[in-house]
Design a protein around this ligand. Structure first.
Ligand code: ADP
Ligand code: MG
Length: 726
C-alpha cells in the first residue's frame, strides 16, 4: 500500500498546536535546577570538599580520591532528590553529536538487596566501548582502549532519569578521541598567551577567558511529511525538489510572527533549556520559511559549547512532542538560505575587561587594539586552516554558494576600525587612541566613537566579522560541534599572541616606553593585514574570488583538499607550539574527517540512486502511460493525433528525462564502485568529492520531471509543503 501524499499534507495541515508545559514559577525560579551548579555544591557538599572542588574548577588543582568520593556522594544525594536512577559519562566523539553509556546506580548491599552507589572513581573515569567510535587508526595501531574522564569545569546535569557527567574521551596512549580535549587545550593556550600581555596593562589580572555565544539556526518540518522523504530522513537534506513558487523572495519570514505550533515548541524548548542552565535569550524566524534561530547569553567557551551540544540533543526530543523534526543540516533545501551557527567569540579578563571591545581610555584602547590586531594576524596566517576547521560535506553546500559566507576566510572590520588602523600606521607610535564623546567633539587624532556605528553594519557576506565587542565567525555550520572552529581559532590566536609577546619584549628591552613598544610591534602587523585579510566588500562577488587569490588567501572549494591544510607544516607547528594537537593526532583526525566525508557522500549517492529509480522513474512512467493512452484514444476517435501535440511533446520530454536519470544513476553506481576500491582515505574522499558534484546532475532532470508530471502522481512531499506547513 502506498502512502498518499495528500493524506499526509492534510493531516499535517490540521495538526493543532500542543500547548507548552508552562511552569507556574518565573524563569529565575527554575533556571539551572537540573544542573549541579555552585548553589547546589554549597548545599550538598561539606566546606572542605566544596573548597577543594572550587579550587579544582577555578585553578585546575587536582582532586584527590577521597575528595572525589565526597563530591560523588553529594552529587548522588542531589540526583536522588530528582529521582535519578542512572549515571552516564557524556562525551563528544568525532562522529558529531554526543555519546553516552548509562549505568544504573544500583549495587548489591551485601544483605540480599541493592543500594544506590556512586563513588569518586565512577565520577572521574569510565571505559566506554570505544571501538565503535572513529579514531583514525590511533586505537588500532597503538592501544585498543579509550576512556572518558570527568571535566570538572563543565557542571554535571540531569537528563530524564540520568545523571550526566561531561567528560573528555581519550585513548590510553593519551591521544584525544573527541572534540572537548583539544578545545580545552586551546583555551588553556590562549589564556596563558594572553595573560602576560594583559598584565602589562593591569597587574591584577590572573586569568583570561575565551567566550562563545553561538547562534543556532535550524529548520523545522512536519514529522509526517519528513517521514515521506527518504532523503531527509537518511541524509538530513532534500536531494531533489523543485523550488516552491514562493520561497523567500518576499523576505516575509524574517522576524515575522512565529506560527503558534512553532511557538509552543519554542516555549517548551526554552523551559527545558533553562532548567538545564542553558541561558537562551533570543528566538526568532530566519530568512527562509520554516527556518529559525536561537541564541543564548554568551559564556565561557567550553561550557557554552557543551550547552550547544546539549541543546541540540533536546531539540529533537521536544520537537517530536509537537509533531516536528529539527533539521540541523546546513542546506536542507536548494534555493533557500542554508543554516549556520555563528560563533560570536571574544576574550576577557577575570577583572572584567572585555579585550575585543574599546576601553574606557587611551590605555584601554591600546589594549583593545593589541588584541584586535593580533586576532587579525592569526586569522590571516591561518585563513586556510580556519576554513578547514569548518569544512564538512554538509557545510560545503552552504559555503561558496550564493549566500553567506564565501569559501574564503577574510575579516570584516567596518569603516571605523579600518580608519583607526590606517591612521595608526601613519601617526607617531605614542599617539593616544581616544574615545570620542557623545557630542562628537574631537579629542584626539585617533578616535573610537563611544557607540560603534558599525555595530549595526551587517556585512553578511563576511565569514569573520568584527561586530563592536566581538568577532563573529559565521562560517561555522549549523550541524557542527563549535569546538572544531573554536579549537583552531583559539589556538591560532594563542600562537600569534606568543609571537607578539616575544617581539614586544625585544622592543621593551630596547628601553622604549610600553605604549611606544606596543605600537612599534603592532605597526608592521597592521601593515601586513590591512590589505590582505581585511576585506569589507561583497564576499559573494566574482571579483572577490580573483582578488582574494591575488592577495594570497585560500580559495579552495573542495572539502577533501581543505582538510589537508591541518597537516601543512605551519599548522602542525602552530598546534605543537600551543600543545593542542600532536602531529599523530592531526594525522588521525584527518583520516576520520576524510572517512566521514566519504561515508556521507556515499550515503547520499545511494539514497539518490534509489529514490531516482524507485520513486521518480516509476511515477514518470505512470504519468507517461496515461498520456500514451490518451494519445492512443485520440487516434481511435479522430483517426489521427493532431489534437495531441502537447501530450506528445510531454511524452518525449518525460522519456528523455527518464533516459538521462537512468544513465546518470548507472554512471554514479560505477563511480562508487571505483571509489570504494581506493584504500587511501584522502584519495577516496577526493573520488567521492566528484560523486558529490554529480549528485546535482541527477537532480536536474528529476526537478524537471517534477515540473512536468501531474501533481497527483508525484510521490514525494514538495518544497511548498515541506517549507510552508507549520
Ligand atoms: P545577531 O543576530 O545580531 O548577530 P544575536 O543576539 O542573535 O545577534 O546573537 C549574538 C550572540 O553573540 C549572542 O549569543 C550573544 O550572547 C553573543 N555575544 C554578545 N557579546 C559577546 C561577546 N563579547 N563575546 C562573545 N559572544 C558575545
Ligand atoms: Mg550574529
Amino acid at each position: 500500500m502506498s502512502i498518499d501524499r495528500f493524506d499526509l499534507v492534510k493531516e499535517s495541515f490540521e495538526k493543532k498546536a500542543v500547548p507548552a508545559e508552562r511552569p507556574l514559577e518565573k524563569t529565575s525560579d527554575y533556571f539551572g535546577e537540573l544542573v549541579f551548579d555552585r548553589a547546589k555544591m554549597h548545599k550538598y557538599l561539606d566546606t572542605k570538599t566544596l573548597d577543594a572542588l572550587l579550587d579544582c574548577i577555578d585553578n585546575g588543582s587536582p582532586l584527590d580520591r577521597k575528595t572525589a568520593d565526597c563530591v560523588a556522594e553529594g552529587m548522588k544525594k542531589w540526583a536522588m532528590d530528582h529521582h535519578v536512577t542512572h549515571v552516564t559519562h557524556w562525551f563528544q566523539p568525532l562522529t558529531e553529536g554526543t555519546a553516552e553509556k548509562h549505568d544504573s546506580l544500583i549495587d548489591y548491599d551485601g544483605k540480599g538487596g541493592v543500594i544506590e552507589t556512586f563513588d569518586g572513581k565512577s565520577l572521574a573515569q569510565q571505559e566506554p566501548d570505544a571501538s565503535s567510535f572513529p579514531n583514525g587508526g590511533i586505537r588500532a595501531t597503538f592501544e585498543a582502549r579509550g576512556y572518558t574522564a570527568w571535566d570538572p569545569t563543565s557542571p554535571v546535569f540531569i537528563m530524564d532519569d540520568t545523571l550526566c557527567i561531561p567528560t573528555v574521551f581519550i585513548a590510553y596512549t593519551g591521544e584525544a578521541l573527541d572534540y572537548k580535549t583539544p578545545l580545552k587545550k586551546a583555551l588553556k593556550a590562549v589564556s596563558e598567551a594572553a595573560l602576560p600581555i594583559c598584565q602589562l596593562f593591569d597587574p591584577e589580572v590572573r586569568k583570561v577567558h575565551s567566550y562563545l555565544g553561538w547562534e543556532q539556526e535550524f529548520f523545522l518540518v512536519d514529522e509526517s511529511l519528513y517521514a515521506a522523504r527518504p532523503d531527509l530522513m537518511i541524509t538530513g537534506r532534500t536531494l531533489m525538489g523543485h523550488n516552491s513558487s514562493k520561497n523567500q523572495q518576499l523576505d516575509d519570514h524574517y522576524f515575522g510572527a512565529i506560527p503558534s505550533r512553532v511557538a509552543e515548541f519554542m516555549r517548551d524548548l526554552e523551559i527545558a533549556a533553562h532548567r538545564l542552565g542553558i541561558p537562551l535569550k533570543t528566538r526568532h524566524n530566519e530568512a527562509a520559511p520554516n527556518q529559525f534561530e536561537l541564541a543564548p547569553i554568551f559564556g565561557e567557551t567550553n561550557l557554552a559549547n557543551d550547552q550547544n551540544q546539549l541543546l541540540m540533543n533536546i531539540m529533537n526530543m521536544i520537537a517530536r512532542r509537537h509533531g516536528f523534526v529539527v533539521l540541523f543540516h546546513e542546506k536542507p533545501f536548494e534555493g533557500v538560505n542554508g543554516s549556520g551557527k555563528h560563533n560570536n567569540w571574544s576574550l576577557g579578563t577575570d577583572t572584567g575587561t572585555m579585550l575585543m571591545a574599546p576601553g574606557k581610555d587611551a590605555k584601554g584602547n591600546l589594549q583593545f587594539i593589541t588584541f584586535f590586531v593580533n586576532v587579525l594576524a592569526a586569522v590571516q596566517k591561518h585563513n586556510a586552516l580556519l576554513k578547514a576547521s569548518i569544512a564538512s560535506s554538509t557545510n560545503a553546500h552552504r559555503l561558496g554558494g550564493n549566500e553567506a559566507p564565501p569559501a574564503i576566510v577574510s575579516a570584516f572590520l567596518g569603516k571605523t576600525m579600518t580608519d583607526v588602523l590606517r591612521k595608526l600606521l601613519e601617526l607617531p607610535s605614542d599617539t593616544p587612541i581616544e574615545i570620542s564623546d557623545k557630542t562628537g567633539k574631537r579629542l584626539g587624532l585617533v578616535e573610537i566613537p563611544e557607540i560603534f556605528v558599525d555595530n549595526t553594519d551587517r556585512n553578511r557576506t563576511s565569514p569573520f566579522a568584527f561586530t563592536g565587542n566581538r568577532f563573529e565567525f559565521r562560517a561555522v555550520g549549523s550541524s557542527a560541534n563549535c569546538a572544531g572552529a573554536m579549537t583552531t581559532l583559539n589556538a591560532a590566536v594563542a600562537e600569534q599572541l606568543m609571537d607578539f609577546k616575544e617581539q614586544l619584549d625585544k622592543e621593551l628591552a630596547a628601553g622604549k616606553p610600553l605604549n611606544v613598544a606596543i605600537m612599534d610591534t603592532l605597526k608592521p602587523i597592521i601593515a601586513s593585514v590591512i590589505d590582505v585579510v581585511c576585506f569589507d566588500g561583497n564576499g559573494y562577488s566574482e571579483e572577490w574570488f580573483e582578488e582574494a587569490k591575488r592577495r594570497g588567501l585560500d580559495v579552495e572549494t573542495s572539502v577533501p583538499e581543505m582538510i589537508k591544510v591541518f597537516q601543512r607544516p605551519e599548522s602542525v607547528e602552530m598546534f605543537k607550539k600551543t600543545k593542542v594537537y600532536t602531529e599523530k593526532e592531526l594525522a588521525a583526525r584527518n583520516e576520520v574527517k576524510w572517512d566521514m566525508y566519504t561515508k556521507k557522500v556515499q550515503i547520499e549517492s545511494r539514497v539518490m540512486v534509489r529514490m531516482a529509480i524507485n520513486h521518480i522513474v516509476p511515477a514518470a512512467y505512470e504519468y507517461k502511460t496515461r498520456l500514451l493512452k490518451d494519445v492512443a484514444l485520440s487516434k481511435e476517435v479522430f483517426g489521427d493525433t493532431s489534437t495531441c501535440s502537447y501530450e506528445i511533446r510531454l511524452i518525449k520530454e518525460i522519456s528523455s528525462y527518464i533516459e538521462d536519470i537512468a544513465a546518470k544513476a548507472e554512471a554514479m553506481k560505477e563511480a562508487r564502485k571505483r571509489a570504494n576500491k581506493i584504500t587511501d582515505e584522502y584519495r577516496k574522499a577526493v573520488a567521492y568529492h566528484e560523486i558529490a558534484e554529480a549528485l546535482n546532475d541527477i537532480r536536474k532532470p528529476i526537478d524537471k520531471l517534477e515540473e512536468r508530471i501531474d501533481n497527483k502522481t508525484w510521490p514525494l512531499p514538495k518544497y511548498r509543503e515541506l517549507l510552508f506547513i507549520s
